[in-house]
Design a protein around this ligand. Structure first.
Ligand code: C2E
Ligand code: MG
Ligand code: MG
Length: 682
């Protein structure tokens, strides 16, 4: 406050004046409550308002608290003012309610002498209860200096407030010397950081470090936080990053009289109020500390340290197919900009469609399937991002889901790794994949390996294009040979890749004696001069399509089908709790076993059926592994249950894999089981 220092005499005159006129000031409405909004850091919506006293004197004009509060405190008359401010506040809240405006909770300030002059706890309780508002709608602000020497007495009074249901806030934290002592012994619902912290923020790094650490401490104590005196955008940003829950200051609003507040509402300039039903949700988002590195093992965080000085962390909110970044630290913003070219700061408040697989994965992994997830994501430049995501809440009003995401490590692009990853990604779609150096013709062949979902490297060779023609003559159905040979020359393929980015062709193979349609698709790898060739049997695709169609008819989600691969013998959906199951589809071979298409207990039936069709040598292993308890435990631990054994098929004993995964459909929790035959290459 830029007021000149009063002389002792002036101060004495003022004190007598205030003392003599306090009753009149109240009776004649010279005292007014002003209200300053407090906004939620996460959504910058008003979540509280603080009542601050003003004395508008007919003679002396506008007096701010510094002019009259100290005198009223000294004379022990402040309780009159404080109770009056409370009454005005309750009246204002009531009026707002009657006008149909959102009413958030309000905080009032108390002084030390309030507690001597009367039973202030009881006086406040009476007034609030009479008003009809809940006690949680009035928060009590108490400064550390109030507590002072009579520690035990004040602790008792604060506990009384809290026991009655009034939130108690510690005001001006950090302005005195005993703040930490007080915090250790008295429980508060919220800590208000003194505005001196804001002043010190710009004075160098240490201010930031101290505030960050204090914020972490408050989070660990489970206490909400407000920073007072927020005046600039960069302060807002910083406080949002370090997880300060609420913000108050001229950057948002100065204190205003109720008449002015109404005027602001009328002019449409008011910052919106938060829907109180969503408060708990936003509180949980606000509490995530984006500087907490405790969750990450120290040395492991390898190369990421070079690029970012803190672990990139953020909170993403999902609403249907759209996402928005609600919170982020600087590293996360740099990360997102580097990989996705999105500037978060500007998009923060809007939802946008999120196609980025990285973001989708966070959603898939912990919105739809569970609370926490560790996952890898491949970026377009070939680097692999290892992330952790945790679901922190669901908005009860609009159903949006908040997920905290941390980037744990980023491995730099590595060509060999890329091939394996690409192969893995394509494993469910292609039987065989070749990665070919277009200049030398050197190639690596990957096939679906026995019993695994992943492709594995089987051989390396030279002269790919020459071999292609040679094999065509041996394996391709006569009628298709010439077309294939004409079309699939090196020149043609490379030309089409240049022109269209992709080369595809369909032909029939006669490996099995019967012509089987195959599809070959060739694309360029992102890096280098290599091309990637995927071969899939069209029949398998047709089967998959049928399977999808059927699934759709039964209103099952696509995810369910994609969770398993295509060479299935049979496919079941199982209710995790009851064990009730339904067969979706099965191959002719499997059909010949004559198993029931649905039943009451999948796990029991599985044992009974297993005894009939599992190879005798593998039966003990089958019976031991296939228990409900085992299945659920493995799904929980590894994401999937898998059991390899041989089935007595018509063509003889044949290795199969039983794979069971968990998925959510609507509210029910279901399991999906598949029995898949291994492909044996001759
Ligand atoms: P406080 O409770 O810490 O209130 C915050 C003070 O900071 C208020 O000053 C507010 O106007 C001011 N402020 C808010 N945002 C900013 C900002 O961005 N920049 C700056 N420079 N200042 C900001 P105010 O209203 O002059 O109140 C001063 C103090 O007087 C209060 O500090 C509180 O301790 C006391 N006080 C105010 N009203 C009452 C009351 O009704 N009862 C009692 N017992 N004390 C009161
Ligand atoms: Mg205050
Ligand atoms: Mg304060």
């Amino acid at each position: 406050m830029d007021r000149y220092e009063m002389t002792e005499k002036e101060s004495e005159i003022m004190r007598s004046y205030i003392k003599a006129n306090i009753d009149r000031a109240i009776a004649e409405n010279w005292i007014k409550a002003y209200y300053q909004p407090i906004v939620r850091a996460v959504n910058t919506r008003v979540c509280d308002e603080e009542a601050l006293a003003r004395w508008i004197d007919p003679e002396k004009g506008f007096l701010s608290p510094a002019d009259f509060i100290p005198h009223l405190e000294e004379t022990g008359l402040i309780y009159k003012l404080d109770l009056y401010v409370l009454e005005q506040t309750l009246k204002k809240m009531k009026d707002m309610k009657e006008r149909g405006l959102d009413v958030v909770s309000h905080s009032i300030n108390l002084s030390r002498s309030d507690f001597d002059a009367c039973d202030i706890v009881e006086e406040i309780r009476k007034r609030v209860d009479d008003s009809g508002f809940g006690r949680d709608m009035i928060s009590i602000e108490i400064t550390e200096s109030i507590i002072g020497g009579e520690f035990e007495f004040m602790k008792e009074q604060i506990d009384r407030f809290r026991d009655l249901g009034f939130p108690v806030w510690m005001d001006d934290f950090g302005s005195g010397y005993s703040s930490l002592n007080v915090l250790q012994s008295i429980s508060f619902d919220l800590i208000k950081f003194d505005m001196s912290f804001m002043r010190r923020l710009d004075d160098g790094e240490s201010g930031k470090v101290i505030l960050t650490e204090l914020m972490k401490m408050a989070t660990n104590l489970g206490v909400d936080t407000v920073c007072e005196g927020v005046e600039t955008e960069s302060q807002v940003r910083f406080l949002q990053e370090i997880g300060c829950s609420k913000l108050q200051g001229y950057y948002f609003n100065k204190p205003h009289s109720y008449e002015e507040v109404l005027e602001i509402i009328r002019s449409g300039k008011l910052i919106g109020f938060e829907n109180p039903q969503t408060s708990a949700y936003y509180e949980s988002i606000g509490r995530v500390n984006l500087y907490d590195l405790g969750m990450v093992a120290s040395d492991e965080a390898n190369s990421i340290r070079h690029a970012y000085n803190t672990i990139p962390m953020g909170v993403i909110e999902f609403k249907g197919d759209n996402a928005r970044f609600v919170r982020s630290n600087k590293s996360y913003r740099e990360f997102i900009e580097r990989f996705f070219g999105i500037e978060i700061a500007s998009s923060k408040t809007e939802y946008r469609e999120c196609n980025a697989a990285f973001i989708r994965n966070a959603q898939k992994n912990c919105c739809e399937q569970g609370m926490k997830a560790l996952y890898d994501e491949k970026m377009s430049d070939g680097s692999v991002v290892h992330s952790f995501a945790r679901r922190i809440g669901i908005n009860p009003v609009d159903g949006s889901i908040a997920v905290a995401v941390a980037v744990l490590s980023i491995s730099e692009p590595n060509e060999d790794e890329s091939y394996a990853d690409i192969a893995r990604a394509l494993a469910t779609d292609y039987n065989t994949i070749y990665v070919v150096d277009q200049d030398t013709g050197n190639y690596t062949e990957y096939v679906s390996s026995v019993g695994e979902d992943e492709l594995s490297k089987v051989r390396q060779g030279t002269d790919f294009f020459e071999n292609l023609s040679k094999e065509a003559l041996e394996r391709i159905y006569e009628e298709d040979q010439q077309v294939f040979l004409d079309r699939c020359t090196k020149e043609n393929i490379l030309h089409e890749l240049d022109e269209q980015g992709v080369f595809t062709t369909t032909y029939r193979l006669i490996d099995t004696g019967v012509p089987v349609y195959n599809n070959m698709k060739i694309t360029r790898l992102h890096r280098g001069n290599r091309i990637i060739i995927g071969i899939s049997t069209v029949d398998a695709q047709m089967k998959l399509r049928e399977q999808l169609q059927k699934a759709r008819e039964e209103r099952t989600s696509l995810a369910r089908i994609m969770a398993i691969s295509e060479d299935y013998l049979s496919l079941y959906a199982i209710d995790k709790d009851t064990g009730r199951y339904l067969e979706y589809t099965s191959s002719d071979e499997y059909e010949s076993f004559g198993f029931a298409k649905e039943g009451e207990d999948f796990f029991l039936q599985g044992v009974l059926d297993g005894k009939k069709v599992v190879c005798p040598e593998d039966l003990p292993k089958y019976l031991e592994g296939f228990t409900k308890e085992n299945v659920l435990r493995e799904i929980q631990e590894n994401g999937a249950f898998k059991l390899h054994y041989r089935l007595m098929l018509e063509r003889g004993p044949h290795p199969v894999t039983l794979k069971i995964v968990s998925f959510n459909e609507g509210k029910e929790h279901q399991l999906l089981a598949s029995v898949r035959a291994w492909q044996i290459r001759k």
